[in-house]
Write a protein that binds this ligand. Structure first.
Ligand SMILES: *[C@@H]1O[C@H](CO)[C@@H](O)[C@H](O)[C@H]1NC(C)=O
Ligand SMILES: *[C@@H]1O[C@H](CO)[C@@H](O)[C@H](O)[C@H]1NC(C)=O
Ligand SMILES: *[C@@H]1O[C@H](CO)[C@@H](O)[C@H](O)[C@H]1NC(C)=O
Ligand SMILES: *[C@@H]1O[C@H](CO)[C@@H](O)[C@H](O)[C@H]1NC(C)=O
Ligand SMILES: *[C@@H]1O[C@H](CO)[C@@H](O)[C@H](O)[C@H]1NC(C)=O
Length: 585
């Protein structure tokens, strides 16, 4: 149970009175005071488009040493929408994108203006943290379409200090535009990640001088593609990420891991992915070069991590600070024949890096229960002792040894839902992306998907707006190459595949439009008597007729934004005590 804010302030007040003599530097270490004495600080490092599956973390030794080895690695952490701005809005509101309705990177369906018009600028993480007594700071990329023309109309609320990267030059690794606090934007003359690192260190200095705990968001652009405006086009050119000069020659032999789904001989996936031609040898050579540029660009981030940890240590803050390291979404380079990009429901795009170190977080541990970006706001609330909001769609991440133990059997850690609306952009300067230059866009990239992971299963299920369905058994097919949806004669989990699909379809029906606890306890919507809490329990043959009766998920159009009326049935049946069923509500 979170302690009340009043008692926290009381504790804090007494503590500060005692600690006064030892000065700010010793505050976190003051003898005789447990870490409970002062609420923890948060440093949240958010990279842009960083993969987990292409092994980018292996090339970041400081991160491994200072966060991974000193904390816990969450190897099944997922974003719930695999594109920057919507994912960041979910991070900062604790809600799934269908509940924020910020579903794209630009207006009318997304971007900073949509974040503002949906009211989130008045109701999101930094404001909530400030209300609870935190000082809040942010540097780097905030949201797409936050630009030199709208940065002050209105300013992002809730921050005590900001040094934002600004569109249209957010993704220029050099000479990008920064905008600090309420000052006018200024064109910088340095390397983006190094500038962000300096801003972050300044914030630590500023924050340590205050009695209040702090949150510092640090959002470098690496390893995102570099972009530049193209005259006459609304889509910029996406070229290779640009490393700092000191890292430009690193890893000359690194290549994209050649997993089974890398440029396969047989097409895979659904919708536009299934139609892609195989990449030729010069295209594959380019993908490896692009991949190296990503790894090189991450080296400055690895240095940033070391700088931040060193600075926290210098001020005696390290023991009372949670450091989170993650990425807004994952990335693919050549998987399923795709050129560089994100936005797909496949593992490379949705399963993202996540490492946490901090008070009571086990060191050197790796855990495999499901967590997601929609859990982050709830996690910070929990750690700060703030009562959780009713409208959170996620749950606090288990961060102590005993919470991690409990999570293994917690049905709320069995699933994650992932959604997307609109088009898919091809990145990198690869010939195939367009006859006229980079920036080809594929339509029909609207879908609802989920991962369901239990002791005896590891499944992926998706329904696309084209009404194509995918079912992958990742235990036997980790690269998502064999779609079982159409294999109606097969068995899965000891049942006819059709029975498994009926359960998955009903689960996704709940998740695709869920709100708050429905998103964490979806089986309770289907089984209000709480007799079914997991896929394995739902597979009991006694429920076959019930699941057969559920409406199937289907789309009536491929929309560019969230229009529930195009997303098929919104409601299904709930199993009632007498073995009968009726509508959810
Ligand atoms: C940060 O902003 C909040 C809200 O405006 C304010 O109460 C607090 O005093 C500020 N902290 C500092 C260090 O200025
Ligand atoms: C940055 O801007 C300066 C001044 O306009 C220019 O000389 C320099 O070439 C630019 N650097 C890069 C890497 O584009
Ligand atoms: C590969 O395809 C691109 C165009 O998509 C073409 O320019 C290039 O010459 C091809 N390379 C080879 C080795 O066929
Ligand atoms: C979307 O899918 C439909 C078929 O479901 C197809 O007719 C249409 O051409 C596709 N549109 C795009 C932009 O790929
Ligand atoms: C989401 O936003 C779009 C664009 O503003 C709007 O047209 C749509 O109705 C919204 N959807 C919902 C469910 O509110």
């Amino acid at each position: 149970m979170p302690r009340s804010i009043a008692s926290l302030f009381l504790t804090l007040g007494l503590f500060l009175a005692n600690a006064g003599a030892s000065g700010a530097q010793g505050a976190a270490h003051a003898p005789g005071h447990s870490q409970e004495s002062k609420r923890p600080n948060f440093v949240f490092i958010l990279t842009d488009d960083q993969d987990l599956h292409l092994n980018s973390l292996d090339y970041m030794p400081n991160l491994q040493r200072l966060i991974g080895d000193e904390g816990t690695v969450f190897e099944r952490h997922f974003c719930t929408i695999a594109v920057c701005c919507p994912s960041r809005v979910s991070l900062m509101t604790g809600k799934l994108a269908h509940n924020t309705n910020v579903t794209d990177v630009t207006p009318p369906y997304g971007g900073y203006p949509k974040f503002v018009s949906e009211g989130h600028n008045d109701n999101y993480l930094p404001i909530w943290l400030q209300d609870a007594g935190y000082n809040t700071y942010y540097t780097g990329k905030f949201l797409n379409s936050h630009s030199t023309s709208n940065y002050n109309n209105p300013y992002p609320k809730g921050w005590n200090g900001t040094d934002f990267l600004m569109d249209p030059s957010t993704y220029s690794y050099w000479n990008s535009t920064f905008q600090s606090n309420h000052d006018a934007p200024v064109v910088s003359d340095g390397y983006s990640t190094d500038l962000i690192s300096n801003y972050a260190l300044n914030f630590i200095e500023k924050a340590q001088g205050s009695d209040k705990p702090f949150f510092i968001g640090i959002a470098p652009i690496a390893p995102h593609a570099q972009t530049a405006a193209v005259e006459g086009s609304s889509i910029p050119a996406f070229t290779d990420p640009v490393p700092a000069a000191r890292h430009a020659n690193k890893f000359p032999n690194a290549k994209v891991p050649r997993g089974e789904n890398f440029n396969p001989d047989t097409p895979s996936g659904a919708s536009w992915v299934l139609d892609l031609p195989q990449l030729n040898s010069s295209e594959v050579t380019y993908l490896d070069e692009y991949y190296r540029r990503r790894l090189q660009s991450l080296q400055a981030v690895d240095e940033l991590v070391e700088g931040v940890v060193t600075k926290l240590e210098h001020y005696g803050l390290l023991d009372n600070t949670y450091i989170f390291y993650t990425s807004d979404n994952g990335y693919h380079v050549g998987q399923h024949r795709m050129v560089p990009g994100k936005g797909c429901p496949y593992e490379e795009d949705i399963n993202v890096p996540m490492m946490v170190r901090g008070p009571r977080v086990p060191k050197g541990r790796t855990v495999d229960f499901v967590t997601s970006h929609t859990d982050i706001a709830a996690t910070l609330f929990d750690l700060a002792g703030i009562p959780l909001r009713e409208d959170f769609d996620g749950l606090p991440m288990p961060l102590t040894s005993s919470e991690m133990q409990d999570a293994k059997d917690d049905p709320r850690r069995e699933h994650v839902s992932v959604e997307y609306w609109g088009t898919n952009l091809q990145e990198g300067s690869i010939g195939r992306t367009s006859p006229t230059g980079p920036g080809v866009v594929y339509g029909n990239n609207t879908y609802k998907a989920m991962r369901v992971i239990g002791d005896s299963y590891n499944l992926f299920y998706s329904v696309w707006c084209t009404n194509e369905h995918e079912l992958y058994d990742l235990t036997n097919d980790p690269y998502q190459m064999r779609n079982l949806f159409t294999k109606s004669k097969s068995k899965l989990l000891g049942r006819d595949i059709k029975q498994v699909i009926s359960r998955l379809d009903a689960l996704l029906l709940v998740l695709k439009s869920c709100k708050s606890s429905e998103c964490t306890l979806p089986w309770q919507v289907l089984h209000p008597d709480k007799k079914v809490t997991s896929l394995s329990e739902a597979l009991n043959p006694k429920y076959d007729a019930f699941y057969a009766a559920q409406p199937d998920i289907s789309f009536s159009a491929c929309e560019l934004g969230y229009f529930p009326e195009s997303e098929g049935p919104q409601e299904g049946y709930a199993y009632r005590q007498n073995g009968d069923w009726s509508y959810w509500a």
